[in-house]
Design a protein around this ligand. Structure first.
Ligand code: EPU
Length: 447
């Protein structure tokens, strides 16, 4: 078992490049199933989830040329995917179990191959993860949907004799707002449907905008990306494309949090500030200075400087679908304001159970009171190092931030969760002054 050992108290200073986004790359990779032409994606991070997606696409008959080992900082990584054998449509439990995002092959397989069988993703550490909206959307496009032995089976009626999905008007909102991967699935499927599809209450996340951009460069006709109403005019077929993945806004938010919690100063290159306004606004309320040069042309790939002084102010933050404050940065914000001068209130409106970091931060001396989906954080003067357990990707990121600010040594167990979303995080933080190392060790807290 690998753990991070962190000696707290060092101030971070230096430059880091933000990598391409994992959550954008996964549905982009799945979109390559919509064509038999090659699709090349650039700046793809070398992460466990990406490697799982490579494996899944290979099982689904794709030739995948993944060049992920090149230097982290040059952004030249690429993955080229070509669906050469379109006879397989089964995403097995073995793969889906390790990565929930496998579900985003459902829409592309259905639209291009006429059917798909995808193991039903289970819940995960951050709560129930239903797919009812994905299925409702695909059904509205005319797909037949049923469950068989734990698999979701979808098919286009009469596909063999020329049947296609049919454009439709679909409301895709649920009790927690829009769905990101659900929108990706229905959007991807609708590109090859007959007629026009309107998706209302579509996810507005930048990852969906990036997907629409790729699909349009493959020949799709999508308008409205980034708004809650997507209009898709179906086309007969799609071609190949060459596309640069957007930078990862959650990695950027995590690095901003790292600068802030260590009273440090980091310059982030390739930073998607335009997709992070809720994050930067909350950080400013905490007293963190986030500045972008006046001559930046591309605010999705900007250079931005983040620094903070000694005093942090409390905030009130509620996670919401984009453009609201992202759930994926909630744990990091909580770690930060656990050292603020006063009481903060953090409410989770996307995954109401996503508080696995709360008891772990409490072990480090944070004063946290949870009531349902809200946590009141009473700022303390200092955190103290402790053995803590990483339990999901973003909770782990919050614990790493806390460890860098704490007095003494923090051991973060089970860093494989962190490795799913952050590439070489410890090496990059070390380069800008953190004292953090990865070691093989027995777990140091009870499982
Ligand atoms: N929901 C439903 N029915 C559905 C789908 C979702 O009720 O059919 C609910 C969910 O339970 C949740 C809310 O809708 O309460 C939003 O879930 P969403 O479908 O948007 O989540 P997702 O698409 O499965 C992606 C990211 C998550 C991120 C969420 C929310 C990927 C691979 N995953 O998940 O990222 O938290 O959107 O922004 O893109 C992470 O990176 O750590 C991570 C968990």
């Amino acid at each position: 078992m690998e753990v991070f050992e962190i000696e707290g108290g060092s101030r971070l200073e230096g430059r880091l490049r933000v990598n391409g986004s994992k959550n954008a790359a996964l549905p982009l990779m799945a979109a390559a199933l919509l064509t038999d032409r090659p699709v090349t994606l650039r700046d793809v991070p070398n992460l466990a989830d990406i490697r799982n997606m490579v494996r899944l696409l290979s099982e689904l008959g794709c030739d995948v040329d993944a060049d992920l080992e090149t230097d982290l900082d040059d952004g030249n990584r690429s993955v080229t995917i070509q669906a050469t054998d379109e006879s397989h449509s089964h995403a097995r439990y073995d793969v889906v179990r390790t990565m929930r995002a496998s579900v985003c092959v459902l829409g592309p397989l259905l639209a291009r191959r006429g059917s798909a069988r995808v193991s039903m993703p289970g819940g995960c550490a951050i709560g129930d993860r239903p797919v009812d909206l994905h299925l409702r959307g695909l059904e509205a496009l005319g797909a037949r949907v049923h469950l068989d032995s734990g698999d979701i089976c979808v098919s286009v009626p009469s596909f063999e004799s020329g049947g296609r999905l049919r454009g439709a008007t679909i409301f895709l909102g649920g009790s927690f707002g829009s769905t990101v991967l659900g929108t990706a699935n229905v959007l991807s499927a609708a590109t090859l449907a007959q007629g026009t599809t309107v998706i209302e209450s579509a996810a507005c996340e930048p990852e969906i905008v990036d997907l629409a951009k790729l699909l349009n460069s493959m020949g799709a006709k999508i308008s409205g990306a980034g708004s809650p109403r997507l209009v898709i005019e179906g086309v007969e077929s799609l071609g190949g494309a060459d596309h640069v993945v957007i930078p990862d806004r959650i990695e950027a938010a995590t690095l901003m949090g790292a600068a802030a919690i260590t009273n440090g100063s980091l310059t982030l290159e390739n930073c998607p500030v335009d997709a992070m306004l809720a994050v930067t606004e909350h950080l400013r309320q905490v007293g963190v200075d986030v500045s972008v040069g006046p001559h930046e042309q591309d605010l999705l790939r900007a250079t931005c400087r983040v620094s903070s002084g000694r005093r942090l102010s409390p905030v009130v933050a509620t996670t919401q679908p984009h453009p609201g404050f992202p759930t994926d940065a909630q744990a990091q914000l909580m770690a930060l304001v656990s050292l603020a001068d006063g009481n903060s209130v953090i409410t989770e409106k996307i995954f109401p159970e996503r508080f696995l970091h709360v008891p772990e931060l409490a072990r480090m001396g944070a004063r946290l009171q949870r009531q349902g989906a809200t946590v009141v954080v009473s700022g303390v003067r200092e955190l103290t190092g402790a053995p803590v357990m990483a339990s999901d990707l973003r909770a782990s990121a919050g614990l790493v931030l806390a460890g860098m600010a704490a007095k003494g040594t923090t051991t973060v167990n089970r860093v494989y969760h962190l490795d799913r979303g952050y590439e070489q995080l410890e090496q990059r933080l070390e380069r800008v002054g953190a004292r953090i190392r990865r070691v093989r060790a027995e777990e140091t807290v009870a499982a």
